[in-house]
Design a protein around this ligand. Structure first.
Ligand SMILES: [Zn+2]
Length: 304
């Protein structure tokens, strides 16, 4: 929000009511940041090395230790693709209160988010909060056999992927924003063990409901096009399908090749990010993003 408003080109197009909205928004953010810092200060913490600090509620000690234990495996898998030499320090915050989790992270009640990566920190729901989030879902989910602790590990794998992608971008001196569908597709890929070779995924038939990838590129675009829980579910699923098929048909290296050519250098202010990514995709995959999406959707469609 702040970035859009501070952009000089758009400044004179902002109405007064928008300015008031912005100020209110800013005031809300400042107070939520303060509440968030106070909350984090009230938690226990553990730091297994000088790169990672985990903040947790006393009763979640076992869970925090379990997460610390699985992190080396997660890093090993991610490094096969991203080969990050010196990942920057990261904080992991485990929330034991749903309201606090939503308030600190600006999450609307309609969003079924179990975790998020923001600016060098991972915010995640603990077991109790995860359960509460699942129970408010409007989707037809089978919660009977759900193992919440397993879900939390998958959430960690998902958020950790966002972190490692940022590490890869930083080490290659690239901007830290990448197309959102690509970012989420990779995060779901690692969070649902898409890298396992002996698992066949049963993807949903999204031939008639998928959102064009061109509409899921920017951060704000993604938010706007995935407001309902159903749309959000579709967006994550199709992003995963795309990344999964890219890797299966072209090999893991295609991901970093697309990024290395498709993301502008950190100091580059003139390049159109969308165009550069789209061109790199075409070059590495031999097909436009649109054509590749259609091919994948048709492959998993029940009515071919
Ligand atoms: Zn994500």
């Amino acid at each position: 929000m702040a970035q859009v408003l501070l952009n000089e080109n758009s400044q004179d197009r902002i109405t007064n009511s928008e300015k008031i909205e912005f100020i209110k928004d800013l005031a809300r953010k400042i107070s939520s940041n303060k509440a968030s810092a106070e909350y984090i200060n009230s938690l226990d913490s553990l730091s297994p090395n000088d790169r990672l600090t985990v903040y947790y509620f006393t009763e979640d000690k076992e869970l925090a230790e379990k997460l610390v234990k699985v992190i080396p495996e997660i890093e090993q898998r991610l490094n096969k693709m991203f080969d990050v030499k010196e990942p920057f320090p990261i904080e992991l915050i485990l929330y034991n209160d749903l309201d606090q989790f939503r308030k600190s992270n600006d999450i609307a009640e309609s969003q079924r988010l179990l975790g998020l990566y923001i600016n060098k920190s991972i915010h995640m729901a603990n077991t109790k909060v995860s359960e509460e989030i699942y129970q408010t879902s409007s989707l037809d989910l089978d919660l009977q056999d759900l193992n919440y602790e397993e879900e939390i590990i998958h959430t960690l794998e998902h958020e950790y992927t966002h972190y490692y992608i940022r590490g890869f971008l930083a080490e290659n001196n690239l901007k830290e924003d990448i197309p959102r569908w690509f970012d989420e597709g990779l995060a779901v890929y690692y969070g649902s063990e898409g890298y396992l070779t002996d698992v066949e995924f049963e993807f949903p038939d999204l031939k008639n409901s998928a959102i064009p990838l061109q509409d899921l590129m920017g951060y704000i675009e993604w938010e706007k096009n995935t407001e309902s829980e159903t749309a959000s579910d579709i967006a994550y699923n199709e992003s995963f399908m795309m990344v999964y098929e890219l890797i299966k048909t072209k090999g893991e290296k295609v991901i970093t090749d697309i990024l290395l050519k498709g993301i502008p250098k950190a100091q580059d202010l003139s390049t159109n990010e969308k165009t550069q990514f789209t061109e790199s995709f075409l070059e590495q995959v031999g097909m436009t993003m649109d054509d590749f999406q259609n091919q994948v959707l048709t492959k998993y469609s029940k009515s071919k």
